[in-house]
Design a protein around this ligand. Structure first.
Ligand SMILES: Nc1ncnc2c1ncn2[C@@H]1O[C@H](COP(=O)(O)OP(=O)(O)OP(=O)(O)O)[C@@H](O)[C@H]1O
Length: 258
């Protein structure tokens, strides 16, 4: 049996009294694209943070290609495209600087960029079609361009696992198409991709498999099976396919961040 690309085994996470993940288990094989679906507060971001080793579970185990999350992250194996809300867009970094961050693991302690680092950054910028924006402050890009910059960071890093938190929220059609194409290319190069998304309609075209999360993994399988209305009703408690979930969700998010 081959080593799973992502193994989450009975992971429980609390924030104080709040139970965010309750014995969640998930196994992903290499080079698969998996969509992570669940309502606000179901634990999607917490699952990402546990996979990246940014939080230590109260119980359970996470392995990335057989390694601990900390080791996988230090070795540059995990690329991360954060939710827009989680980024300080005023930070004085250019698009090139953001992508260069993906090369830190390849540089010595002086963090001096080599010719190979600069070439990898240029190539990644070209792949996400942001070459002409390289010198711009990151906050001055559109929503979709910002996401593409973070995808480029993962490409420059040579990540074998990519986690994308809501990559299509607030994204224009061109960026959505570019990101979708890139994710497919990355997966065919062997990269394993986990995407949290509220865009249920786009999910079957993009993903090989889907996961329903409600603090624990309720279901994991082919998208068309997982996204059956009765399963979504179980995860969301309503008939989401007949509603405009993304807008509803953006609204909820605005309220939460207000
Ligand atoms: N830093 C924190 N302190 C306390 N509670 C938290 C913290 N982060 C998350 N939570 C709580 O943990 C639960 C899971 O949150 P999480 O952000 O993982 O959910 P999510 O599915 O990513 O939500 P969303 O779709 O809104 O991003 C929620 O009840 C949330 O309120």
């Amino acid at each position: 049996m081959s080593t799973p690309a992502i193994l989450v085994d009975n992971v429980t996470v609390h924030y104080g009294e709040v139970l965010a993940l309750d014995a969640a288990s998930l196994t992903l094989d290499p080079a698969r694209i998996c969509g992570l679906v669940g309502m606000n507060g179901s634990g999607k971001s917490t699952l990402f943070k546990a996979i990246m080793g940014m939080i230590k579970p109260d119980a359970g185990t996470v392995r990335i290609n057989g390694q601990s999350p900390g080791r996988a992250r230090r070795e540059g194996g995990i690329g991360y495209v954060p939710q827009s809300e989680d980024v300080d867009w005023q930070f004085p970094l250019s698009v090139r600087d953001v992508v260069m961050m993906g090369r830190y693991g390849h540089q010595g302690f002086t963090r001096r960029a080599s010719k190979a680092d600069r070439a990898a950054v240029d190539e990644a910028l070209d792949r996400v079609e942001l070459g002409e924006y390289a010198g711009r402050q990151i906050g001055q890009l559109s929503g979709g361009q910002k996401k593409r910059a973070f995808v480029a960071r993962g490409i420059a890093q040579g990540a074998t696992t990519m986690l994308l938190d809501e990559p299509f929220a607030g994204v224009d059609k061109r960026s959505e198409a570019t990101i979708t194409r890139l994710l497919r290319e990355l997966a065919s190069d062997g990269c394993t991709i986990l995407i949290s998304t509220h865009d249920l309609h786009a999910l079957p075209q993009l993903c090989d498999e889907a996961v329903l999360l409600m603090h624990r993994v309720l279901m994991h399988g082919p998208p068309e099976q997982v996204l059956q209305p009765e399963n979504l009703a179980m995860a969301f408690g309503l008939d989401v396919l007949n509603r405009d979930l993304p807008d509803q969700d953006v609204h909820a998010r605005k309220e939460r961040t207000a």
